[in-house]
Design a protein around this ligand. Structure first.
Ligand code: NCD
Length: 305
């Protein structure tokens, strides 16, 4: 088998994905069994954009597997600042590591990087495009909280235009049966047409609306996102839109008891902290799930079992 990269979530077929979710569950329940699986292996994290959870969860995942980590957390501290191309950086880091995790502001950069090295490349977010390992985290959370994917009604709220986690999550859920999407966003931040075309091609049911109140009552999942400040061309637009949605106790009163509220984090103002202790809020469980699914991903891409 050739080198496996994860650039899009659909690089994994549904069986592989389900196996990876099973593996993550097993790791959670049997940590000691996995503590030395990656001894002697090195994971490199190349982050050309800020991150807390994605980078640290990959590093924690590799350390818990007994491996080592190296990398940089901002372009300014790498030779990119001297004008080195992404291709040359990747070729170089491929000489020092067994697997590379890369985040970059340009859409498609991790795909291009994957042509330049023989070690597996994991896309940890490319611009406003995709974020497949957040989706693995989200899928593990949905499966653990709901037990299944089929027939779920999923509300996606906030910056659906630039929110790459939303694009990857929709791409993944489209492969299950009868998942219905409710797209909640201001007009300026609607889901891009190419994603709507994808949903239509798969025959998925989707609707758009403007407010959380219109949609929340019959949702199984409400996936909140922040307005992606760094993708705006103009500060005024960001300021006008940034507090468009604030999920609070009052709005949550309209929801079912079995709703699950998710967020890839970081949150800015879109979820009031007053609901953090509501049993329906699962965004910090999501964070923990992110480490275990990344352990499963590293083992799978390195062919270790
Ligand atoms: C997301 C991202 O980087 O796209 N964060 C994350 O990886 N958990 C979401 C965001 O930044 O809003």
């Amino acid at each position: 088998m050739g080198v496996r990269n994860i650039i899009n979530i659909t690089d994994l077929n549904v069986d592989e994905l389900n196996n990876m979710l099973d593996l993550a569950d097993d790791i959670m329940n049997n940590k000691a069994k996995y503590a030395k699986k990656c001894e002697g292996k090195i994971l490199a994290t190349l982050f050309f954009e800020p991150s807390t959870r994605t980078r640290l969860s990959f590093e924690a995942a590799m350390l818990e597997l007994g491996g080592n980590v190296l990398g940089f957390s901002e372009a300014a501290s790498s030779s990119t600042a001297k004008g080195e191309s992404v291709s040359d950086t990747i070729r170089t880091v491929g000489c020092y590591s067994d697997i590379i995790v890369m985040r970059h502001p340009k859409e498609g950069a991790p795909l291009v990087a994957s042509y330049r090295t023989t070690v597996p490349i994991i896309n940890a977010g490319d611009g406003g495009h995709f974020h497949p390992t957040q989706t693995l985290t989200d899928l593990l959370t949905i499966r653990r909280e709901k037990g299944h994917f089929d027939k779920l009604k999923v509300g996606l709220c906030g910056d659906l235009k630039f929110g790459r986690t939303v694009h990857s999550l929709i791409s993944a859920l489209l492969r299950y049966d009868d998942v219905e999407f409710v797209l909640i966003s201001p007009t300026e931040l609607k889901l891009p047409q190419y994603m709507k075309d994808k949903m239509d091609k798969e025959g998925a049911k989707w609707t758009e609306c403007l407010t959380i109140e219109e949609a929340i009552a019959d949702l199984d999942i409400l996936y909140m996102t922040r307005v992606q400040k760094e993708r705006f061309f103009n500060e005024e637009d960001y300021i006008r839109l940034k507090d468009f949605y604030i999920l609070n106790k009052e709005k949550l009163e309209l929801a079912r008891e079995d709703l699950k509220i998710m967020h890839p984090l970081p949150r800015v103002n879109e979820i009031s902290t007053e609901i953090d202790d509501d049993p329906r809020a699962v965004y910090f469980k999501q964070v923990l799930n992110g480490k275990y699914i990344r352990m499963a991903l590293i083992l799978t891409l390195l062919g270790i079992n």
